[in-house]
Design a protein around this ligand. Structure first.
Ligand code: ZN
Length: 305
C-alpha cells in the first residue's frame, strides 16, 4: 500500500502528557505550552480532559484552559470525555471534538477506569448521544487495544467489539491506543488490517507510548498500513495515572522530523515546535525523552554546520 503523503498529528501533550506529573502543573504553564503548540500550526490539539478532578487533579482547570488557550482558523480543539457529567462540562466550553474512551480489556476497565466494559460502553453511548446533539464530533478511544498490563494479549475480537460500539455511537474516528507501550510493528499492522477489514468505513487513528522504545517503529508500521492520524506529545511527555509503568507518549518532534525526512507532510513548523519543547523542559526542569531538541534537525545542504 502506498504510504499517505500527509499525516495529521494530534498533539496530546497538555492532556496525556502531563496528567501523571507529580507536581501540579499550573494553568499558566499549560497555556504557555499551548501558545507554542498553536503557533507551530497543529490542526488538532487534544488540550485537556473532563475526567473528574478527584481522579485526575491535573485536569481540574479544563474549563479555564479551554477559555484562555489561543485559537487559530482551522484548528480543531479536542478534549477527553468519560461520561455524561464530563460531556455536560464539555458542552459548556468551546471544543470541536469529544474523545470517549473504553479499554478493550475487562480488567483495565475494572481496575483503572472503575467500571466494567459494559458499564463503560453504556456511559460512553449516553455521553455520545448528548455530544452529537450538542454539535460535537466524536472520537472513540480504544484503551489497551494492543496489550493490557493485567491480561497481556488483547484478542482482536475485544478491540472489534469496542470499535463496533463506537461506530454505532456515531464516532467520526476511532483511535487505537497502546496505552502501556506493549506493542510492536508487526502487531500494529495486523490489528490495523483486521479492524480496517471489519469496518471499511472507519477512520482510524493510532496512539502510541514509547515505553519500550518501539514508538516510532510502530508509527512507521501504522503509516505503511494506511493510517494517517497519530497522537503524539511534545518532548515525549506523558504517562497514565491509571496505567502502571506507562511512560511517555511518542515525542511529537521526533515523529514530525522522521515523517518530514520521509517526505511526508504534517504541516507543523518544526523550529517553532522545538521552542515549545525547550519551554516544556524549562517548566518541568528536566530533559524530556524527545531526542530532536538535543540532537538538532539534520542539515543536508552542502556547507551546513
Ligand atoms: Zn496515552
Amino acid at each position: 500500500m502506498p504510504i499517505p503523503t500527509e499525516i495529521t498529528i494530534v498533539e496530546v501533550g497538555t492532556r496525556d502528557g502531563i496528567q501523571a506529573e507529580k507536581r501540579p502543573v499550573t494553568t499558566e504553564e499549560k497555556l504557555c505550552l499551548l501558545e507554542y503548540i498553536v503557533a507551530a500550526g497543529f490542526r488538532r490539539i487534544e488540550a485537556t480532559s473532563f475526567v473528574h478532578p478527584k481522579h485526575v487533579p491535573q485536569m481540574a482547570d479544563a474549563e479555564e484552559v479551554l477559555a484562555r488557550m489561543p485559537r487559530r482558523a482551522g484548528l480543531e480543539v479536542e478534549a477527553l470525555v468519560p461520561n455524561v457529567r464530563g460531556m455536560e462540562r464539555a458542552l459548556r466550553c468551546e471544543i470541536d471534538t469529544a474523545t470517549l474512551f473504553v479499554a478493550a480489556s475487562e480488567s483495565f476497565n475494572e481496575k483503572n477506569l472503575r467500571a466494567g466494559s459494559a458499564a463503560m460502553l453504556k456511559a460512553g453511548a449516553e455521553a455520545a448521544k448528548m455530544g452529537l446533539a450538542g454539535g460535537l464530533k466524536l472520537r472513540g478511544g480504544v484503551v489497551t487495544a494492543f496489550g493490557c498490563p493485567y491480561e497481556g494479549r488483547v484478542p482482536f475480537e475485544a478491540v472489534e467489539r469496542v470499535v463496533g460500539a463506537y461506530m454505532e455511537m456515531g464516532c467520526a474516528e476511532v483511535n487505537l491506543a497502546d496505552t502501556t507501550g506493549m506493542t510492536n510493528p508487526s502487531a500494529v499492522s495486523r490489528l490495523v488490517e483486521h479492524i480496517a477489514g471489519k469496518f471499511p468505513t472507519a477512520r482510524l487513528g493510532l496512539h502510541f507510548h514509547n515505553t519500550r522504545g518501539a514508538g516510532l517503529a510502530n508509527v512507521l508500521s501504522g503509516v505503511q498500513a494506511g493510517v494517517d492520524t497519530f497522537d503524539t506529545s511534545l518532548g515525549g511527555l506523558g504517562g497514565c495515572p491509571f496505567a502502571p509503568r506507562a511512560t511517555g507518549n511518542i515525542a511529537t518532534e521526533d515523529t514530525v522530523n522522521m515523517l518530514a525526512e520521509m517526505g511526508v507532510e504534517t504541516g507543523i513548523d518544526l523550529p517553532k515546535l522545538l521552542e515549545g519543547v525547550a519551554c516544556a523542559e524549562e517548566i518541568f526542569d528536566r530533559q524530556l525523552p524527545g531526542q530532536l531538541l538535543h540532537a538538532g534537525v539534520p542539515e543536508w545542504e552542502a556547507g551546513a554546520v
